[in-house]
Unconditional design. Structure first.
Length: 858
């Protein structure tokens, strides 16, 4: 039997499977998706088995053998192996990088050198040769120390040098000599970073009657043995030894005595570290659905029933009860004997969220998020591999849960940018979910109050009639039980300044906060620090300096005191006065949460504030503790960054204030308006979710901006129309697709040359392709943006320009933006182009990274 193995070296030369022989004794354990240790050059490497076969194209005599199989149950399955190949093609990354992304950190390869006894025959042959050679045989008359060390190694099989020296602290020089003499050999092995935790369990090994009968026969002084037998006559469940000796006050010796008689059994079993151990989850039963919920669930249920593949976009306003729809769909999926994956953004994976799922499905749920310890993550993941659970709820990477009977994948808050991984493999969990579901004949439900434009366009058929890739739209427009959406007040901060109010709180918000304190209701204040100080805005008129070529705000670069465009490279000096109204109140924008907290304390003495930002939530569990305190009414105000905007469901929150809505709006990103709309809608959605009605204040310098106007009117439809128009005109997603290529190098001149060469080569590639397609493809593709001639395919390379962050870790960065549409094999062209730079990459340490459908353009 032969195995094809992808090894743990992310390079172009090794980005293919290598053939190995599967030794007879490993056949039982090996499968597609197994992790193995294989000889590769002079080393032993970790690898993944991607195929098994009875034949090989290689001369089989030359093939090396697989040395180790690392797991009894393969951690991946054939579907995931196939998915890795798809990822490597789609996201232009190495297959091993995709495979590694699918397993928890604890299983990433760790290499270790160990010592073992040399093969006996080999050793004897050597001794003989040496002896003939000149009477060196004396050396081999082993000393007692040598005997002791050899015996130790023989007993252990393999030991690390550390373990050896721990046992024989003085043996360093001797060990070295024995290695040189060939008594020992050094082997490299692959090891896990983490081991399953085990414990000894005691169980009865005879029937209750036998146990009782035997206890009668025991002599009177064997009181403890008697007790133990009688206890197990009544308790048939295995119990950890430690617990047992504690409980019954017996020694391990007593247990052993009975085990030796065959009355009890002692076995080693795996323990699972349970991050939620000792927590009670109140059992919940399905709610009676509202008519809207029923309407949304029905088509999903149908698709599940027929075991078909289908993608649904559930657009439900905040508080419309999306979670209950998810829960009931999952129930159906489980009833079919299939498995479900639920993805939620890391930040909203709060105890509240976990409670909802554990409360309904109990111990069938595994939870995966980055706040678990590595051991806990590993154990939750093993529950999936060992089929102990059938639901996993987790952040982005849980999309790789190694289930093999997936019926349903849910992505809550599908618009969240955290579903995109920003380092290689730069995948989007939404696309991966759809790919997996297609394989399994499973349903995907994407839920959001503010769907991404990409998803909405697919669901509404705006991208043309092509049925492939179509999502089905499900709408829930009302909050449950007819609760109203909160009233939103947009406050013009320019007017506040004119009226002499220089505080960061408008008069309206100030008054509303005071009222909440009086009524003992709670408030949420949002201060988005993202984009802090990066754009320049006039405080008198709201003017923001923009690029004359790109309609995108310029970014302030503090070092050079210039303003630059991240898209085209345009740059100008920082203005001293406002180009629009000549006011001198033009400055970098932004206030920190700490300053807001101070001002609150000044304005409302005695106010209790919980501040939630990167500073206060860095500790493990801090995020949850803060939220629990707020829920338990230990504070009047929850103040924070985006973290406070999402997923929270607190009954007494009746006021939401947004300190400055503009901070996101002017980010140099074509998604700035979309992100603003999403954030405002989400945070507003925290108010008045229960009995008490809610109120929202949005403070802004640009009250007329459509994203703010539409968010305050809870009008997703109106926002969508305007935004889609703009995207179409400017040539952005969802009408066009983007790939961001970033090149980096220590020296600017080489980087500039490489960047230029890369762009022109890529253009040639397209030129070639375009000619091959015949006439109807205009060479001047710019004029073609709004115009679908031919099959509407379009391809353009922008740049290279310096990246928005032009140097990281002493490496300079240049980027090209690729914009395309239609039937263009961009991944293929990029791979071909990049291949031409292999030498520069290898010899001159140029790096080229590609981001397909980038979410962050900086
Ligand atoms: P969303 O995720 O859509 O913002 P949630 O799922 O958090 O909304 O639901 C909002 C509130 O409505 C929750 O407190 C939830 O328990 C409650 N709820 C949901 N469905 C129903 C229902 N059918 N009947 C009564 N209450 C419901
Ligand atoms: Zn520009
Ligand atoms: Zn101005």
């Amino acid at each position: 039997m032969y195995a094809q193995v992808v090894v743990d070296v992310p390079s172009k030369q090794t980005n293919r499977p290598f053939d190995y022989v599967v030794p007879e004794e490993l056949r039982t354990w090996i499968g597609v998706g197994s992790r193995v240790g294989v000889p590769f050059g002079p080393r032993t490497l970790q690898g993944f088995v991607v195929a098994l076969s009875e034949r090989t194209d290689m001369a089989s005599g030359k093939l090396k053998k697989i040395e180790q199989v690392l797991d009894l149950v393969p951690p991946l399955n054939p579907e995931l192996v196939q998915l890795a190949r798809w990822m490597s093609r789609t996201y232009i990354c190495h297959e091993i990088t995709a495979l590694q992304a699918m397993i928890p950190g604890a299983l990433k390869a760790k290499y270790e050198k160990r010592i073992e006894l040399a093969d006996d025959a080999e050793l004897k042959a050597r001794k003989r040769a040496d002896a003939q050679d000149g009477g060196q045989a004396l050396l081999f008359a082993a000393s007692p120390e040598e005997e002791a060390i050899s015996a130790f190694v023989r007993q252990k099989g393999q030991v690390t040098t550390e373990a050896m020296l721990a046992r024989f602290p003085e043996a360093g020089p001797l060990l070295k000599r024995m290695l040189e003499q060939g008594t020992f050999v050094e082997v490299q092995t692959v090891r896990d970073r983490m081991n399953a935790k085990t414990a000894l369990f005691v169980a009865p090994a005879a029937s209750p009657e036998e146990l009782t009968a035997h206890s009668m026969k025991l002599p009177a002084n064997a009181k403890r043995q008697k007790e133990l037998l009688l206890w197990f006559a009544e308790n048939l469940e295995p119990l950890p030894l430690a617990e047992l000796t504690d409980k019954l006050d017996v020694g391990a010796g007593t247990v052993k005595a009975l085990a030796d008689k065959g009355l009890l059994s002692v076995t080693e079993r795996e323990l699972f570290r349970d991050p939620y151990a000792g927590r009670e989850f109140r059992r919940t039963t399905p709610l009676a659905l509202t008519p809207e919920q029923r309407q949304a669930l029905e088509p999903v249920a149908d698709t599940l029933e027929r075991r078909e593949h289908g993608v649904f976009l559930l657009h439900g306003v905040t508080g419309s009860g999306k979670t209950e729809v998810y829960l009931q769909a999952i129930q159906q999926c489980l009833d079919q004997g299939r498995e479900a994956i639920v993805l939620v953004p890391e930040i909203s994976l709060t105890p509240q969220m976990v409670e909802r799922f554990k409360g309904r499905f109990g111990s069938a749920v595994a939870v995966m998020h980055s706040r678990l310890s590595q051991g806990e993550r590993y154990d939750e993941w093993r529950k999936i591999v060992l089929k102990r659970v059938s639901v996993v709820i987790g952040a982005r990477s849980a999309v790789f849960a190694p289930f093999d009977r997936i019926g349903l994948i849910i992505i809550d808050e599908e618009h969240e940018s955290s579903y995109k991984q920003e380092e290689s493999p730069k995948y989007h969990a939404r696309d991966v979910a759809v790919e997996r579901a297609a394989y399994h004949g499973a349903a995907v439900v994407l839920g959001s109050a503010t769907p991404s434009l990409e998803s909405y366009a697919k669901a509404s058929g705006r991208l043309g009639s092509g049925a492939a890739g179509r999502y089905r739209l499900l709408t829930m427009a009302e909050r449950v039980e007819g609760r109203p959406l909160p009233a939103v007040n947009v406050v013009d901060l320019r007017e506040e300044l004119k009226a002499g109010n220089r505080s960061m709180f408008s008069r309206g918000l100030y008054e509303a906060l005071g009222q909440r304190l009086e009524r003992q209701e709670q408030s949420v204040l949002l201060l988005n620090r993202r984009g802090y100080s990066t754009f320049v805005m006039c405080r008198s008129c709201g003017f923001v300096v923009q690029c004359p070529h790109c309609d995108i705000s310029l970014t302030y670069h503090q070092v050079s005191r210039t303003m630059r465009c991240h898209y085209c490279g345009f740059s100008q000096p920082e203005p001293a006065t406002c180009p629009s109204c000549e006011s001198e109140h033009i400055r970098y924008f932004g206030t920190g949460t700490q300053r807001v907290e101070e001002e609150l304390a000044k304005l409302f003495p005695g106010i209790r504030v919980i501040r939630m930002d990167v500073d206060t939530t860095s500790e493990k569990g801090a995020h949850e503790r803060l939220l629990n305190r707020f829920r338990d009414r230990q504070a009047d105000v929850l103040l924070g960054t985006q973290m406070v905007a999402k997923g929270l469901d607190f009954p007494d929150v009746t006021l939401v204030g947004v300190i400055a809505a503009d901070t996101v709006l002017h980010l140099p990103d074509f998604r700035a308006a979309e992100k603003t709309f999403q954030l405002l809608t989400q945070v507003a959605g925290r108010a008045g979710r229960h009995r008490l009605p809610g109120e929202v204040f949005i403070q802004t310098y640009t009250p007329d901006h459509y994203s703010i106007v539409t968010a305050s009117a809870h009008d997703f439809g109106a926002f969508l129309e305007q935004e889609l128009d703009i995207r179409r005109q400017r040539g952005y997603p969802p009408y066009y697709e983007l790939v961001l290529v970033t090149l980096s190098h220590e020296q600017v001149p080489l980087l500039v040359r490489a960047g230029e060469a890369f762009a022109s080569r890529l253009k040639q590639c397209w030129e070639h392709e375009r000619r091959g397609r015949g006439p109807g493809y205009p060479a001047d593709s710019l004029g073609h943006l709004n115009d679908a001639r031919g099959d509407g395919a379009y391809f353009e390379v922008y740049g290279p320009v310096a990246s928005p962050i032009p140097r990281i870790k002493d490496r300079y960065r240049f980027q090209c933006m690729i914009k395309y549409r239609g039937n263009v094999d961009v991944a293929g062209m990029l791979a071909e182009t990049a291949a031409a730079f292999d030498d520069t990459v290898r010899n001159d340490k140029l790096t080229i990274s590609m981001d397909v459908n980038p979410q962050v353009l900086m």
